[in-house]
Design a protein around this ligand. Structure first.
Ligand code: TYM
Length: 349
C-alpha cells in the first residue's frame, strides 16, 4: 500500500549522515577509543553530518545506580570532546533528552520479531543462563538501537565489530517496515567497521574482547588511566616468547601478539603490515616499550583533558542540552512521518 505519505516506488537518495552511540555504563576503554571515538572524530572531519549519542536509555537495560549513571554520562561527554569531537561541528547529546528515540523504538518493537531479538548474541551473553530474569529492555535493546539510527535517517554507522549483528538487525527492521507499509521511508544503513582495531582484545587473553565489564583491570586500558598505569599494563600484557614475524599470516595463531600489533597500528594510523615491517625479528622486549610510549603519547593528553572538562559539570550539561535541541529538530519531523505512515492521527497540531 502506498499513499500520500508513502514512497513513489523509486528508492529515494538519502543524504549521507553518520550516527553512532556509546553507553555510559562504566569507564571508557582503549577498545571504545580505537573502535569508536577516534573514528568518530575522523568522520567528523570528512565533511559529513555527524550525530553522536550517549545512550543512557540503553545503559539502564541492566541496573545502573542513578548517581553513577549521571557521573558516567558526563564523563563520557568529556571523553567524546577530549577525543576530538567538537560539539559545534558534531551533534552530541544524551539519548533520554530526545524522546523521539523511545517513541520510534515502540514502532520498531511492533515490527521486529521475537525470533530475531532472541538470536542476538549480546542478549544471550548479557542475559546469561537465567533469561527469565533479564529485563524486557535488554531483550528489546536492538529495536531502540535501530530507532536511534533511523530517527535521523542516518546512512552510516561507525562501530566496532561487536555491534555488527545489531546493525544487520537494524537493516532487517528498516526493510520490513518499508515492505509492510509499502514505502521507501527508512534507509538501509551501512555498517562502517574499518581500520586495524575493530576488535581490540583483552591484554590478558587475546581471544576475549577488551571490555569495561571484565573483572580484571589489567585486561584493559581505561581512558582515565595515567601514563604510568598505561605503560605498566602494556609491559605486563600477556605475550609469547617468539620474535615478531614478517607477515600477518604468521600471527594467525598468536592472538595476543596480533592484538598488540593491531593496537600499535591503530594508534599510529598505519596498517598492521607496516608495523610488522618495522618490528619483524624483534621480540616483545623491544616492541612493548615502543607501544607503551606510543599509547602514553596518545592517551595521556586525553585523560588530562577529560579531567579538565569534568571540572565544569554545568558546562557539560549545557552543551549536551544544546546538542539535544539540534538532534530533536531532525528527529521530530522524521518521527511524525513515521506516525503518519503507520496510521496515527495527528490530532494535536
Ligand atoms: P558500547 O557502549 O558497548 O561500545 C561503544 C563502541 O565501542 C566499540 N567497542 C569496541 N571496539 C573495538 N574493540 C573493543 N574491544 C570494543 N569495545 C567496544 C563498540 O563496537 C561500539 O562501537 N549498542 C551499542 C551502543 C549503541 C549504538 C546505537 C551504536 C546504541 N545505539 C546506535 C551505534 C548506533 C553499544 O553497546 O556500544
Amino acid at each position: 500500500m502506498s499513499d500520500a505519505v508513502g514512497g513513489t516506488g523509486a528508492a529515494p537518495a538519502f543524504t549521507p549522515r553518520v550516527f553512532s552511540g556509546i553507553q555510559p555504563s562504566g569507564g571508557l576503554t582503549l577498545g571504545n577509543y580505537l573502535g569508536a571515538l577516534k573514528r568518530f572524530a575522523e568522520k567528523q572531519n570528512e565533511g559529513i553530518e555527524t550525530i553522536y549519542c550517549i545512550v543512557d536509555l540503553h545503559a539502564i537495560t541492566v541496573w545502573q545506580d542513578p548517581a553513577r549513571l549521571r557521573h558516567a554520562t558526563r564523563e563520557l561527554a568529556a571523553g567524546f570532546i577530549a577525543s576530538g569531537i567538537d560539539p559545534a561541528r558534531s551533534i552530541l547529546f544524551n539519548q533520554s533528552q530526545v524522546a523521539e528515540h523511545a517513541e520510534l523504538a515502540w514502532l520498531f518493537n511492533c515490527v521486529a520479531r521475537m525470533g530475531w531479538l532472541g538470536r542476538m548474541t549480546q542478549f544471550k551473553d548479557k542475559a546469561g543462563k537465567n533469561r527469565e530474569a533479564a529485563s524486557v529492555g535488554l531483550f528489546a535493546y536492538p529495536s531502540l538501537m535501530a530507532a536511534d539510527i533511523m530517527v535521523y535517517h542516518a546512512t552510516h554507522v561507525p562501530v566496532g565489530e561487536d555491534q555488527k549483528q545489531h546493525l544487520e538487525l537494524t537493516r532487517d527492521i528498516a526493510i520490513k517496515f518499508n515492505n509492510d507499509y509499502g514505502v521507501d521511508f527508512f534507509p538501509i544503513v551501512e555498517p562502517v567497521i574499518e581500520g586495524a582495531a575493530t576488535r581490540v582484545m583483552s591484554l590478558r587473553d587475546g581471544t576475549r574482547k577488551m571490555s569495561k565489564s571484565d573483572p580484571s583491570d589489567q585486561s584493559r586500558i581505561n581512558l582515565t588511566d595515567d601514563a604510568d598505569t598505561i605503560a605498566q599494563k602494556i609491559r605486563k600484557a600477556r605475550t609469547d616468547a617468539e620474535p615478531l614475524p614478517e607477515t600477518l599470516e604468521a600471527l594467525k595463531d598468536r592472538p595476543e601478539a596480533r592484538n598488540l600489533i593491531n593496537i600499535y597500528a591503530a594508534l599510529d594510523g598505519r596498517t598492521p603490515e607496516a608495523v610488522l615491517a618495522e618490528f619483524a625479528g624483534q621480540g616483545f622486549g623491544a616492541f612493548k616499550p615502543a607501544l607503551a610510549d606510543l599509547a602514553v603519547a596518545h592517551l595521556a593528553p586525553i585523560s588530562t583533558e577529560m579531567t579538565r572538562i569534568m571540572q565544569d559539570v554545568a558546562e557539560i550539561d549545557r552543551m549536551l542540552g544544546a546538542g539535544a535541541d539540534r538532534a530533536a529538530a531532525i528527529a521530530g519531523p522524521i518521527l511524525a512521518r513515521a506516525y503518519d505512515i503507520t496510521g496515527m492521527i495527528r490530532s494535536r497540531r
